[in-house]
Design a protein around this ligand. Structure first.
Ligand SMILES: NC(=O)C1=CN([C@@H]2O[C@H](COP(=O)(O)OP(=O)(O)OC[C@H]3O[C@@H](n4cnc5c(N)ncnc54)[C@H](O)[C@@H]3O)[C@@H](O)[C@H]2O)C=CC1
Ligand SMILES: O=C([O-])CC(=O)C(=O)O
Length: 314
């Protein structure tokens, strides 16, 4: 990769935190922020740009005056959209965020036609699917951020139970980024020790439940959804793509027969490198997990079907 320019569309809580996190890591030369709300991108770009003075590597942070300035990006992160509040589910954001997605994606296609897109807006899997349908791009170039965050949340819950192994916990969460997400306890290891040997069945069930409700728990306390962990998860994915590091991260990608499904975006383990989601890893699912995966896919398809019924797709 010759240039390392990252566009972030939607400079709200998540977009700005991703920008801040990325600028502190120094993995890209330029970050350009765009937001439809006047002054938001400009103000945050100045603030983040001034914080870079203390970063190990300098990153230029700018604000786009218009979508046309988010041009020639290697990666475009889409964090434009409405977050949930109160008792809302992510699915309640479907119609409003789908409309936002439509205008944003048209601009990305025009101004950064070679980019890898990281979709963040909710409901995540359906929005990632919308981007596929709108762009028609190769599927490796459209990646939904979910498993990176949900996996971090699961690791956090495990540490809180064990009291050791922070930073040594490998987790895997597949399926939708919603009520049917599937944290996989038998895949979790702390320092190469399988957690099935460290935690009781009841403790693991509690961890799974708290992981699944990780987003809602923050909304309950904060009144809006979280942004530090999401921002850091985005930055981790951007770094993996820019550095071509080939790390395995569960992400929402379009299936074309893998796991027995097609024409739906859902979270599965993928290899992240300079071409985006370069490889989908098909892991063996036992019968019970396969059933959960089916429920998860169906829940995403419900959202897609609502858009179809509303003639969202041409
Ligand atoms: N995939 C995931 O794991 C996560 C997803 N999210 C989702 O990310 C989205 C953003 O969340 P927050 O940053 O907390 O919301 P926010 O309200 O703080 O920021 C969203 C920003 O998008 C901007 N925006 C709206 N329409 C736009 C357009 N057409 N072009 C450019 N900017 C536009 C708004 O002006 C606002 O500044 C939400 O949909 C939220 O549910 C949030 C956390 C984690
Ligand atoms: O919970 C929300 O609405 C935002 C989100 O996706 C998360 O934090 O996982």
């Amino acid at each position: 990769m010759t240039k390392r320019k990252v566009g972030i569309i939607g400079a709200g809580a998540v977009g700005a935190t991703a920008a801040y996190s990325l600028s502190m890591m120094g993995v890209c030369g330029e970050i350009v922020l765009f937001d439809i709300a006047e002054g938001v991108a400009k103000g945050k770009a100045i603030d983040i740009g001034q914080s870079v003075h203390y970063a190990p590597v300098s990153t230029i942070v700018t604000a786009a005056e218009s979508p046309a300035d988010v041009n020639d990006c290697d990666i475009v992160v889409i964090t434009a959209g409405v977050p949930r509040k109160g008792d809302m589910t992510r699915e309640d954001l479907l119609m409003i965020n789908a409309k936002i997605m439509k205008s944003v994606v048209e601009d990305v296609m025009k101004y950064s036609p070679d980019a890898v897109i990281i979709c963040v807006s909710n409901p995540l899997d359906v929005m990632s699917y919308v981007i596929h349908r709108m762009t028609g791009w190769e599927r490796n170039r459209i990646i939904g951020m979910a498993g990176a965050l949900d996996g971090a949340r699961m690791a956090y819950q495990i540490y809180n139970k064990l009291g050791y192994g922070a930073g040594q916990t490998g987790t895997l969460v597949i399926g939708d980024h919603g009520q049917h997400m599937i944290p996989l306890p038998h895949k979790v290891q702390v320092g190469s020790v399988n957690t099935l040997e460290l935690l009781s069945k009841e403790e693991m069930e509690e961890i799974i439940e708290r992981t699944r409700n990780g987003g809602a728990e923050i909304v309950k306390h904060l009144g809006t959804s979280g942004y530090y962990a999401p921002g850091r998860a985005i930055a981790y994915m951007v770094e993996a793509i820019l550095n071509d590091s080939k790390v395995v991260v569960a992400s929402s990608v379009l299936l074309e027969g893998e796991y027995g499904y097609s024409d739906v975006s859902v979270g599965v383990p993928v290899v992240l490198g300079k071409h985006g989601a370069e490889k989908i890893i098909e892991i063996e699912l036992d019968d019970a997990t396969r059933e959960k995966f089916k429920t998860s896919v169906e829940s995403i398809r419900e959202g897609i079907d609502i858009l179809k019924a509303n003639k969202f797709f041409d």
